[in-house]
Design a protein around this ligand. Structure first.
Ligand code: ZN
Length: 514
């Protein structure tokens, strides 16, 4: 700052001095007389100016020669690089000029000129990290892939340019379709610069293409960490990645027909149900109810599951129980002999207070599959049909000690989850939940003493949803919720429906765990 001020002042001073000198020359009528020893030189005004310029040039040359002389003296005194340094200064100037020309040529699309200028700059400057960049870009522009790759490889040697080199070669490999090598290079580039958004996206795409779901999820969480992804988007994408096999069902870029085909293809996949539910919810978010219906209908045909029924109920959350039975025919007409279909139909009819139809729908399930859910439904039907209270309680007591039926169970730690999650909430295992009967030990371990459930059995109407419902989702509390819901929702003489509970959804017990 101070130095620029001084330079400015010197410049002003010089201009002032020149102006003053010129005025003086004009005022005196011209002529400068210089006396050297006994000889006198006299100049006219123009001659004086020319002489001054010549003097300046001579002075400049003398200064340069003096610099060279000093460098030579230093060289003679043992400083070996002194002379080359002196010459270097002019080389540097020429080098940077060539570099600037190269950049201009690159910007105007003259790849050949850019390459030759870069080569010239390299001769003068010996700064490969600068000149190689231009050469590589120019070679790419000219379509000379071989030359570009060669230069990129040279860039790998320098720490400062390694990332550019890796990225350049990676792009070439992607263009050539060599995704294996490209993936490795993308991983390397990602390790060098994890914040680089383009690298994150390329790596994510390559990992997904190669079905490296674990790696893809790691990349995704890095994206989240560096703020390149909003949290809800991350959660959804993460879940999609976790749905390894059935991911085409959830893939937003797929058409409804492609998704139906994917459901058909993944009939036996444990990921099918969560994938279909997720796809249907994505449609609902965009208010595309017809597509949501199609996805769930197809999924029910492939694998009936309470979660599918739950999502199907979300399509029309406020409809009357009778209308609901009618709309649910899209599901219940498929797989009519499947226990899940029977249960769904029974639940819908209980909600509509058509207990005879509910009993018919339940069929022989109380004998063949007496689990908590079946028995809770049976108790609700009995109560609805006006059976004595003691009989209802007897069924509910049986329901509590009955097997829970299939649930989302972690294959790693056997934890029972209320809802499907990409990661086990208990042990953190990835994609480990499967829909099955929990092992007996786990079921009894989480069931607890049962004391907290007993008040429910007495059918007390003022009973608030206690710790059982609001407590840990990952416990077998779900089954107790079934009992509790049934007790509360069934319009029995001594059990008035709670005013704050208007929704008579048949499948509510399952979807309650949301
Ligand atoms: Zn687990």
């Amino acid at each position: 700052m101070l130095w620029s001020l001084i330079k400015f002042l010197i410049f002003i001073g010089l201009v002032a001095a020149l102006a003053f000198g010129a005025m003086y020359l004009i005022d005196t009528g011209g002529g400068v007389r210089i006396a050297v020893a006994n000889t006198e030189f006299s100049f006219g005004p123009v001659q004086a100016v020319v002489a001054a310029i010549l003097l300046l040039i001579v002075l400049w040359i003398v200064l340069k020669l003096a610099g060279l002389l000093v460098a030579t003296l230093r060289f003679l005194n043992g400083d070996e690089t002194a002379i080359s340094r002196w010459f270097d200064r002019s080389r540097e100037r020429k080098g940077f000029e060539a570099l600037a020309d190269g950049l201009m040529a690159l910007a105007s699309g003259e790849s050949r000129v850019a390459m030759s200028k870069a080569a010239k700059a390299e001769r003068y400057l010996r700064r490969p990290e600068l000149t190689n960049l231009i050469t590589a870009q120019a070679a790419e522009m000219a379509g000379d892939g071989k030359k570009a790759e060669e230069v990129y490889k040279r860039l790998l040697a320098d720490d400062r340019t390694r990332f550019v080199g890796v990225r350049g070669i990676m792009k070439q490999k992607i263009a050539a379709g060599d995704t294996d090598t490209a993936l490795k290079l993308a991983e390397k580039a990602f390790a060098l610069k994890p914040r680089h958004e383009e690298t994150q996206d390329v790596l994510l795409r390559l990992q997904a293409e190669q079905h490296d779901w674990k790696g893809a999820r790691k990349t995704l969480s890095t994206k989240l960490k560096y703020g390149a992804l909003p949290r809800p988007v991350h959660r959804r994408r993460d879940a999609v990645l976790a749905l390894g096999e059935a991911r085409d069902v959830v893939d937003d870029s797929k058409s409804i027909e492609a998704r139906e085909a994917a459901i058909e293809a993944n009939r036996l996949s444990p990921d099918l149900v969560p994938a279909a539910v997720m796809a249907a919810r994505a449609y609902l978010e965009r208010d595309q109810r017809r597509y949501a219906t199609r996805v769930l209908k197809k999924a029910w045909g492939a694998a009936p599951h309470p979660d599918i029924a739950g999502a199907f109920a979300e399509i029309e959350p406020d409809e009357a129980p009778k209308d609901r039975i009618k709309r649910f025919q899209a599901l219940t007409r498929q797989n009519p002999s499947h226990s899940e279909t029977k249960l769904l139909l029974a639940e819908l009819n209980v909600a509509a207070e058509d207990f005879a139809a509910a009993r018919a729908a339940l069929g022989d399930l109380p004998e063949t599959m007496p689990n908590t859910r079946v028995l809770a439904l049976l108790a609700a039907i009995e109560r609805g049909e006006g059976a004595p209270e003691s009989q209802v309680r007897e069924i509910l007591t049986r329901a509590l000690s009955a097997p829970r039926g299939p649930q989302w169970v972690c294959d790693n730690c056997q934890n029972v989850a209320g809802d499907w999650e990409p990661v086990c909430t208990n042990c953190g295992a990835f994609d480990a939940l499967s829909w099955r009967e929990p092992p007996a030990a786990a079921a009894s371990a989480v069931r607890g003493p049962g004391g907290e459930v007993l008040p429910l059995l007495t059918g007390m109407p003022e009973m608030e949803p206690g710790p059982v419902e609001n407590g840990d989702r990952g416990s077998a509390a779900q089954a107790e919720e079934v009992v509790e819901e049934e007790v509360r929702e069934t319009p029995a003489p001594d059990t008035a429906p709670e005013p704050g509970e208007p929704e008579p959804e048949g499948e509510k017990p399952r979807t309650a765990a949301s």
